[in-house]
Structures are given as C-alpha cells and as structure tokens.
Design a protein. Structure first.
Length: 466
C-alpha cells in the first residue's frame, strides 16, 4: 500500500494557483457537447478520472474527441444516435458518470451494458431507473434490481411529457434527466420530496443555457399551508416574524418542477471555470497556516456553490479577497480561527474539508445538512468521524450532522482513505500544519489528479512510500 508522508509548511506562503476546470461542469459539458450539432471546444477541461470515463464512453459511441493542452475539441454524434453498437462500459467509482450515462444510454444506446466498481454497485440508483422506466425505458438488471450492472432493453419514448423523480437522495438523478430532456417534444420533471444539493442542478441549467437550451424552473408551494391569520401564505402579508417561521415550514413543503420544450443544443467554445471543490483544500491550507493562497480562473459569480467555501472561512476569521478583473478568489489565514455552526447542504463536497479545518479552532463546530454523505464514494460521515478521532479530536455524528469539539491542537495521524478521493485531500490539508500520513494517496485522481503536485508547489513536503 502506497502512503503519502506529509511534512508541514515551515512558514506562511503567498501563492496564486491556476487549477484545472471543474469536474462537475466538465462532465455536463462533455455530454451536452456530444449532443450539440457541430464542433465544440471545452477550454480548461478537467483531466479527472471521472471525466476520463465519460470521454471513453463517448469515444465508444464514435465521437471524435481530441485534446491539445488545456483544450478538448469534440464533434457531435447526434446523426449517429440512437446507435446500434453493442457497448460495454465500466464507470468505476464515478457516481456522476454512472447516473448521467444511465440516462444517456437509456435515450440513445439500446445495446448498452453499464457497470461500475463494487461501491458504485451499492450506491443508490433506483429513483433514476424508475423515472426512466416511467419515460418508456426498460432494463435488465444483471445482479441486483435497480443497480449496476444493467443492460438497456428498450430506449426512452420521447413523446412522454411528464415524469416524477425523488430528490432527497441525489440531485444527480435530476441532472441525468435534464441533460437528455431537450430530445422530448415537451417534458416536465417534477421533483418529489426535498431536492438536496440543488446548486448542482443549477450548474446543469447554467451549462445547458450556455449551449442554447433554457429550462424553466418553478417552485410550487403547498397551497394548503396557512398561518394563524388565515391568509393565503403564498402571498402572505403577515408579520416578518411569522414569515421567517413560514420559510422554515415551507422548506419541506415545496415542489420543484423543471419545464423543457423540444430544443437543440448549439455547439460552442466554452470555458470551464476552475474547480471550486478542489479550491477548498487550498483555501483551508491558507486558513490554518496564516498563508495567502488564491485560485485563478474562478469568477466571483461562479456557478459552483462550493466557491462560497471561502466565505465560510471568512466567518471563521480569515480575510477573503475576490478580484473580479482577474477571476481570483484569495484567502488569507489569521492567527486565530473561530468555530462556527453551518448548514452545508448546498456544498456537501466541502464538508470534510471544513471538518478537518475545524480541528484547528478552539470550541464547538456543528456542520449540518449532510444526509447525502452516507451515499458517496464512502460513508463519509462515519469515515470522517473515525479518522478525526485518530487525531485525538472529540467528534460526534448523526444521520445528517457532524459535531467537532477541539482544543485547536490536533495530533498527527495515519489516515485511511476508504477509496475516497475527498477523504485523502481533506485530511491532507492538516498536513500543511502537522505531520500526517495518507494511505492510498492515488485516489485523488478521481477528481483532482494534480493535487499532490500542487501541494508541493505551495511548499508542503510530500514523500511517497510503500
């Protein structure tokens, strides 16, 4: 087993880091560009393993894809779809690829067999399969019902006009449907229950609009809810105090509906902004080492909710500079970090980073809104609790929260990564301040293959041993 032995910075540093494009945006743009008539160029695309598996899939369909530097050129394959090719593809541990390609394949690949890693076979897929079945698709499940591996038996009926999908497990189900939705004559996607990680669905809408397809998103409130004055609360004119209470009630009493009319994607040159989830690790290093670290190519109005992670560090006492002219978001660490209480439902991919950062504060940090973490590449709540305890930090977890009680003096530890890229990178952040060992460091390639190289550029010493 390979290990990364990390030695901390000797003194604060000042760095501007140029990161590769967002994995989330790249994966959406790849599939949309393959369906956009003509030639598209994706500038600053992600070279993550997750993105590579989508590229490999599209090449199996016959897509012409070339790379030059940070740019990827892709020609559409619309005229070749649906394909008669027999295609077998394994997405490995890539959840986004598994969900997106399941919908894509059910639309255009009647002879597709899709599989994934053992963990991916266990991750929830049933709501997506059920939605696709309601849109006319049929599947043969090769091991367990509503799980990978599966074979497409019948493709979608594009004359269907409405579908419901559960939103409380993963927004990736909605994104998977949205990407193929323009090929329906008209489609309304109704989200049942609460839509978790909604900003990721908003990323999808933004990328679709960049490729000329606009989706109407509606929020429908339960009309039966009334306040103690008997008014209709959808147009409530009650006291501000009651309005605040009503907002809390209505968080779980709304329905999201995405309305799409038949349209077509248009090919374009598309610049992919820097990965905000990856940026969180660099910003946290700045926070705990009193360093000044900025990320380039990240607009201050980024479509990625994880870009707001810098604002959380500001609440903890850091200084944040946002430079719109240069598209740089910069964090400057301070002498004392403060704990905080925060709902991270909108940016769950940075929750582990915040949990590790909280170890360097004195007091109680409460992170809530984490119900989706149990269904990721690992059970991230349990894994994070286990590894933080190795650092002699008091930590407690529940179904959707993690609480950290710290004296700002965590101890060095050897960290298991559970085949989870975010476990490796989040705990490596601590290595910028105290010696740390990360087992199976190669897992970072899933989303951020340049991670260890960039840590070295910052000045963190990393040695690899077996």
């Amino acid at each position: 087993m390979q290990k990364a032995i990390i030695q901390p910075l000797q003194q604060p540093v000042e760095k501007i880091i140029e990161l590769a494009g967002s994995k989330s945006i790249t994966n959406r743009a790849l599939l949309i560009a393959s369906l956009a008539r003509g030639r598209s160029v994706l500038k600053n695309y992600s070279t993550s393993d997750d993105s590579k598996t989508i590229i490999e899939f599209l090449k199996k369909l016959g897509a012409k894809i070339t790379m030059s530097g940070n740019n990827l050129t892709i020609y559409d394959i619309v005229n070749e779809l649906p394909t008669k090719k027999k295609i077998e593809h394994n997405v490995g541990p890539a959840g986004t690829a598994a969900r997106f390609l399941t919908a894509y394949g059910s639309a255009f690949c009647p002879n597709l067999i899709l599989d994934g890693s053992e963990r991916m076979r266990q991750r929830p897929m049933k709501p997506l399969f059920q939605a696709l079945e309601n849109l006319g698709a049929k599947f043969k499940f090769l091991q367990k019902p509503y799980s990978l591996p599966f074979k497409v038996i019948k493709t979608l009926d594009f004359t269907r006009q409405e579908v419901e999908v559960l939103g409380s497990i993963s927004s990736q189900f909605i994104t998977a449907l949205l990407i193929i939705s323009p090929f329906f004559k008209q489609l309304n996607i109704k989200v049942k229950d609460k839509l978790v990680s909604e900003p990721y669905a908003d990323i999808t809408l933004a990328v679709m609009e960049s490729f000329s397809v606009k989706v109407e998103k509606q929020t429908v409130f339960d009309p039966s809810i009334t306040c103690n004055t008997g008014c209709n609360c959808q147009s409530c004119s009650c006291s501000s105090n009651f309005k605040k209470e009503l907002e809390e009630i209505m968080k779980n009493e709304v329905t999201k509906i995405f309305k799409i009319n038949s349209s077509r994607y248009t090919a374009k040159n598309y610049f992919i902004e820097a990965d905000a989830s990856s940026s969180s690790y660099l910003w946290s290093i700045a926070a705990i080492t009193k360093s000044k670290i900025g990320v380039k190519n990240l607009p201050i109005d980024s479509i990625q909710s994880d870009s707001r992670y810098a604002d959380l560090l500001a609440q903890m006492g850091c200084k944040v500079n946002k430079k719109s002219k240069d598209n740089i978001i910069e964090v400057i660490g301070t002498e004392i970090l403060k704990p905080l209480t925060i709902d991270m439902e909108a940016m769950p991919d940075t929750a582990q980073t915040l949990a590790v950062t909280a170890c360097f504060t004195k007091g109680r940090t409460e992170i809530t809104g984490l119900s989706t973490l149990k269904h990721k590449e690992s059970d991230r709540l349990t894994a994070t609790e286990t590894e933080l305890k190795k650092m002699q930090v008091d930590v407690f977890t529940g179904e959707d929260f993690i609480i950290i009680e710290s004296d700002a003096n965590p101890k060095s530890a050897e960290i298991n990564t559970y085949d989870d890229h975010r476990m490796a990178m989040a705990f490596a952040v601590a290595g910028a301040r105290i010696p740390m060992t990360i087992n199976n460091p190669e897992v970072v390639a899933k989303s951020f293959p340049e991670f260890w190289q960039i840590l070295t550029e910052i000045g963190v010493k990393v040695d690899f041993t077996k």
